[in-house]
Design a protein around this ligand. Structure first.
Ligand code: NAD
Length: 232
């Protein structure tokens, strides 16, 4: 079976009602990114950062996978599929994808700020992270999110996955957030690369061999999946 890697970004979840932040004039749900998505913001005002991510969690719990997420599951019938997502939501998992690697963390989890391996499910999930929920060092648990300016621990396994791909699908990402955006350039010269995003033609300076599909993921992904299954 051929290896197929999907690199997904916030755009794949837009039609599930989860706003992307670059499409909203630099504000993410009315917050400035510097106030809620950086290590400095967490140190300055942990309550605000935790409140922001608890709101995002509520939004994710209400959202449902859309036809783009569900179509990708079908690919597993004919390909060895690995999803590498920049998203913090769990819509790929809820759609039924078997192998999902999160580059920027997961909204359903909390993490110790001292021991980065102490990662736990938020329980009960509906309440989100509570102020006063302390790790074994007596420090407040933080969202399990990679903030802007922090290292991306999963970038190494993600790079290996992309290097091994026969087919690469890049879906709903502006290719602006590094290091995730750089992954594309690890594709083998003989790999087939498709890029689905309404702004695919204007985002980045892309190699001519990349097939750009300037459409929304909800319509374009099921169509591409159909074609890939026919030729598998
Ligand atoms: P981004 O830079 O990847 O930009 C979003 C892209 O989605 C844009 O290129 C836009 O053209 C495209 N898009 C919009 N609607 C689309 C659709 N219907 N189909 C396909 N593509 C569509 O992402 P961002 O919003 O700037 O977010 C940056 C980071 O913030 C992400 O990498 C992620 O870590 C986090 N984030 C996560 C979520 C989530 O988990 N769903 C949502 C917002 C932001």
């Amino acid at each position: 079976m051929k290896k197929l890697v999907v690199l997904s970004g916030a755009g794949i979840s837009a039609e599930s009602g989860i706003q992307t932040f670059r499409d909203s004039d630099g504000l993410w749900e009315n917050y400035r990114v510097e106030d809620v998505c950086t290590p400095e913001a967490l140190a300055r005002n942990p309550e605000l950062v935790i409140h922001f991510y608890n709101e995002r969690l509520q939004q994710v719990l209400k959202a449902k996978p859309n036809p783009a997420h569900t179509a990708l599951v079908e690919l597993e019938k004919a390909y060895r599929v690995q999803i590498v997502t920049q998203n913090i939501d769990d819509l790929h998992e809820r759609a039924g994808s078997s192998h999902v690697l999160h580059l920027h963390g997961e909204i359903r989890k909390k993490r110790s700020s001292v021991d980065e391996n102490d990662i736990r499910d938020i329980v009960p999930i509906e309440k989100g992270i509570q102020m006063g929920d302390l790790d074994k060092y007596g420090k407040q648990y933080r969202p399990h999110i990679v903030f802007f300016g922090e290292a991306v621990p999963n970038i190494e396994p993600a790079t290996r996955m992309v290097e091994e791909a026969d087919i690469l699908l890049v879906i709903g990402t502006s290719l602006n957030v590094y290091p995730a955006a750089g992954l594309l350039y690890y594709a083998r010269p003989d790999a087939e690369v498709y890029y689905i995003d309404p702004k695919a033609d204007s985002n980045g300076h892309l190699d001519k061999r990349i097939h750009c599909i300037s459409e929304k993921a909800g319509a374009a992904v099921p169509e591409l999946v159909k074609q890939l299954l026919e030729k598998a």
